[in-house]
Design a protein. Structure first.
Length: 387
């Protein structure tokens, strides 16, 4: 009887693992792909939709373009993973049985118990989120004047926060909108825990785009009109966006696998095995062991690399072969600030940090390569101008 391998999620992990599984299984098992949407979203470019919603056509790839005809696809929201019965439970749909399961359903936004934040802030975890931010900013800008501009507060100056602020600035400049942008980071610098040279280059470009940067004090409370920062600062806002952290999804809370108590993310070995030999996990859903003290970073780059090895390992498990260990290889960082970009520590390049046209082209190239890998060169070429 054919083994049933189930992959959860259509993000970088899901799309990449499906391509790898199909290659390495070569028809020796049944593959079922489950996602709440019927497309793959190039998430690290979703901020582009804040300025121009039409970009969604370029960064959403239908699952039918990614998978082979033999791979089954089930659209539905995962509500629970029953590891004892080997079932994936879906909202308003039949359960999906598995022999081996790959959990790649990403993460939720973490609100860290900050009063009012969940109720009043937009997040950026999906296409609908990006389009919702666009609509909110458009509505606020329509009512603003030069004397009374709309205020957009972006909480968190990591990758998502920086790229979001940059895209809002481009929207403001493209449409002549009266919008003030406030970027709030609780730690002392933008893109915390990164190289100071990269931090400085990003801050310079944000400030050149008239983004007001506030570092060193955390958001402590939010109500429907005001963000309270530190002990003394109050920011009235029209639109609030929160990009400050991640936590595991509710769907895996009851799964009988070892998880981090604080973040609800699944512990996984370098082979992507969990405490249940039939369940593999990676991407934002997991804390994947790595050499040293830290797990693999929750980045698109890490997910791309891991998905290929995870798909191969699932095929190896089906075939009774030993599993391969994965070690993340950092190939550098590229961050967009609107139409500009900054690149840092890019593999094989002699210069440490650079911007300008080379960084912009590199940012486009990264997105185009991924799109070509999971879909086609033609789709990648078509998307180039909007990346």
């Amino acid at each position: 009887m054919s083994q049933n391998v189930v992959v959860l999620g259509s993000g970088y992990v899901g799309a990449g693992a499906i391509k790898s599984l199909e290659e390495h299984l070569d028809g020796r098992a049944t593959i079922t792909w489950v996602s709440d949407v019927d497309y793959h979203l190039v998430l690290h470019e979703s901020h582009r939709c804040i300025r121009d919603p039409s970009v969604r056509e370029k960064i959403t790839i239908p699952v039918e373009e990614i998978k082979s005809p033999s791979t089954r696809f089930r659209q539905g929201t995962v509500t629970n993973v029953d590891t004892d019965e080997q079932l994936v439970e879906l909202e308003d749909s039949d359960d999906v049985e598995y022999d081996y399961l790959l959990v790649g359903i990403g993460s939720r936004t973490a609100f860290f118990g900050i009063d009012g934040l969940r109720e009043h802030a937009h997040t950026l975890k999906s296409l609908d989120d990006a389009l919702g931010i666009h609509d909110a900013i458009s509505e606020a800008a329509a009512e603003a004047t030069r004397e009374d501009p709309a205020t957009v507060v972006v909480g968190g100056a990591g990758l998502s926060g920086i790229q979001t602020a940059g895209e809002i600035a481009e929207y403001r400049d493209d449409f002549g909108a009266h919008v003030d942008i406030e970027l709030v980071e609780g730690l002392d610098r933008v893109l915390p825990n990164s190289d100071p040279e990269l931090q400085g280059a990003l801050r310079k470009r944000l400030e050149a785009k008239d983004v007001n940067i506030h570092t060193g004090e955390f958001i402590g409370e939010v109500d429907e009109e005001t963000v309270y920062v530190g002990d003394d600062t109050e920011m009235d806002y029209d639109v609030l966006i929160w990009t400050g952290g991640i936590t595991g999804r509710e769907a895996i809370e009851n799964a009988n696998v070892d998880k981090d108590d604080r973040s609800n993310r699944v512990f996984a070995d370098r082979t992507f095995e969990t405490s249940d030999e039939r369940v593999f996990a990676l991407g934002d859903s997991a804390l994947v062991d790595q050499p040293g003290d830290d797990p693999a970073p929750p980045t698109a780059q890490a997910a791309w690399q891991a998905a290929e090895v995870a798909g191969e390992n699932l095929a190896r498990r089906v075939n009774g072969q030993p599993l391969a260990e994965w070690t993340h290889e950092d190939k550098g960082t590229v961050v967009s600030v609107g139409e500009q970009a900054v690149a840092h520590d890019v593999q094989f390049l002699p210069i440490s940090t650079f911007g300008g046209e080379p960084a912009k082209i590199l940012k486009k190239g990264i997105a185009a390569r991924w799109i070509a890998d999971v879909s086609s060169l033609g789709r990648a070429v078509d998307a180039w101008s909007d990346m």
